[in-house]
Design a protein around this ligand. Structure first.
Ligand code: ATP
Ligand code: MG
Length: 473
């Protein structure tokens, strides 16, 4: 079993990175269309079965119900179950306040100030229990705005209130533990059946309230293979620039979900289609647009397809590698620019890596624990051309060797010129010391491992790096 999904990389639920805190409603009911009447879909008319629900989530639902509270499974889990998916987490909504929830469970902690929630902890699984939120300001100070953004949202309400503050109709369905029915206040059941993503309320206003919903639309459409309904899709191209105002830490979290959940290729295509890629990754988008041969795009797509494959095989995927891939076009472009200005190779590589990382931080907060290995993956690329024995051994034992090699193999998708390096290093990893020496002996006649055997560019680089002067030879 994987670790609890709640503990997201770099996210701090208490700081408002939690999904629940994303439900922002600035304009009160203005953005929300009038409620459609409640539609109850009885147990025999939907496919959600208790055997597909986490036993811990069921425990929480039953306990709340037995204590006299309303309790529903809600959000992504209901949606995913209806389309036959396997939800990665199960959220519960209730009329019990967080304190009342805590009284029911010994294994419960309250989190978040801006959006107070109860987490019921069962080993590695966390069931999140949220009290119904309303979309109104009751003047109590439980709802606070800062510069047009909602910074505190603890006004509790009814289940209907809770439904309309959610983003898509498909995400606003409630599975009732009383009678195992699905309760639908916004037409979500029909939309899920038609595999359609539709914003609740007036799309333009809902995106203005929270621009990250544009990314969520693309991500959920990619993940579920849903179509984004026309009125929901229409404003995205126009409003895309609003995304640059979203909190960079939250964008980082969203990007991980877009690209590391098994639907990276579809996500990338969706982002490109809706003009969101150029807001999230401006330099990459520019580099892709100016790369006429399409080699960079081929490489990115190959990398994303590989990532999806790894997720499908339950193999680990790393944010550092992902960002190395997504920002590689930007890095190449920066590098070419610097070299054209006469900056010598090694210096240009370092500066290009730093510059791209720094610029990217304006939109997406990439933590250093990922940006440093990302840069290493880039900088190691030039070392694959060097076949001196000492260098080969050193590179093979570099902690980032494997990631850098996998990256080199991807570059092969962009240009065949890397075929020989890929073949050499693929073998080198599996060879014994003697085999490697023999192989290098062939590559470097006379076993001198002298510079004659190394590619010309490497010879120059080596000499330069010994001197402090950056003047060309
Ligand atoms: P996933 O499959 O990625 O978990 P999800 O829909 O469950 O998709 P979460 O981020 O886990 O996404 O959010 C849980 C629920 O909270 C959503 O289903 C939706 O009802 C609500 N929600 C999340 N983000 C927003 C938002 N930005 N605006 C309004 N409601 C939101
Ligand atoms: Mg979820």
């Amino acid at each position: 079993m994987k670790p609890a999904q709640r503990i997201s990389i770099g996210g701090d639920p208490a700081q408002g990175n939690h999904p629940g805190s994303r439900a922002t409603h600035l304009h009160g009911t203005a953005a929300i269309t009038p409620l459609t009447a409640l539609r109850t879909i009885p147990r025999d008319q939907h496919t959600i079965s208790r055997k597909d629900i986490s036993p811990n989530a069921l425990r929480v639902l039953y306990r709340l119900r037995d204590a006299g509270f309303q309790a529903y499974l809600v959000g992504g889990a209901v949606r995913d179950l209806l389309v036959g998916g396997h939800p990665k987490d199960f959220d519960v909504a209730t009329d019990a306040t967080p304190e009342q929830v805590r009284q029911q469970f010994r294994n419960c902690r309250l989190i978040g100030r801006r959006f107070r929630l109860a987490h019921v902890v069962f080993g590695r699984e966390i069931i999140e229990v949220a009290t119904f939120r309303a979309n109104v300001d009751d003047g109590s100070g439980d709802r606070e705005m800062d510069n047009g953004r909602l910074v505190r949202d603890n006004v509790y309400g009814s289940v209907e209130d809770d439904a309309v503050r959610r983003d898509f109709t498909a995400n606003a369905l409630y599975y009732a533990i009383d009678d195992f029915s699905v309760r639908d206040y916004v037409g979500g059941f029909e939309d899920v059946m038609a595999r359609r993503l539709k914003l609740i309320g007036e799309p333009e206003l809902r995106y203005q309230e929270d621009p990250v919903r544009m990314l969520r639309a693309v991500r959920l459409a990619a993940k579920l293979d849903f179509e984004i309904e026309a009125a929901t899709a229409e404003p995205i191209g126009r409003l895309a620039p609003l995304l640059s105002e979203a909190a960079p830490a939250r964008l980082f979290e969203e990007i991980l979900k877009l690209f590391l959940s098994g639907h990276a290729v579809a996500s990338f295509e969706g982002l490109e289609h809706f003009g969101l890629l150029k807001v999230l990754f401006p330099e990459t988008a520019a580099a892709l647009a100016s790369n006429r041969s399409g080699a960079l795009r081929r490489m990115v797509m190959a990398g994303l397809a590989g990532t999806d494959q790894r997720v499908a095989n339950d193999e680990p995927v790393s944010p550092a590698f992902l960002f190395a891939l997504l920002l590689w076009p930007a890095y190449c472009r920066a590098l070419m620019g610097l070299q054209a200005q006469g900056v010598h190779a090694e210096e240009a590589q370092r500066r290009a890596a730093d510059r791209v990382t720094l610029h990217q931080l304006n939109t997406v907060a990439l933590p250093r624990r990922f940006s440093l290995p990302m840069q290493e993956i880039w900088l190691l690329q030039t070392r694959f051309g060097n076949r001196q024995r000492k260098r080969v051994t050193r590179l093979l034992s570099h902690p980032r060797f494997r990631a850098a090699f996998d990256f080199l193999a991807l570059r092969l998708a962009a240009s065949p010129e890397h075929a020989e390096d890929v073949a050499f290093w693929r073998d080198a990893q599996t060879q014994s010391g003697e085999e490697l020496a023999a192989a290098l002996g062939v590559a470097v006649p006379g076993d001198s491992f002298g510079e004659e055997g190394a590619p010309a560019s490497k010879r120059r680089r080596r000499r330069r790096s010994r001197s402090t002067a950056s003047s060309p030879e």
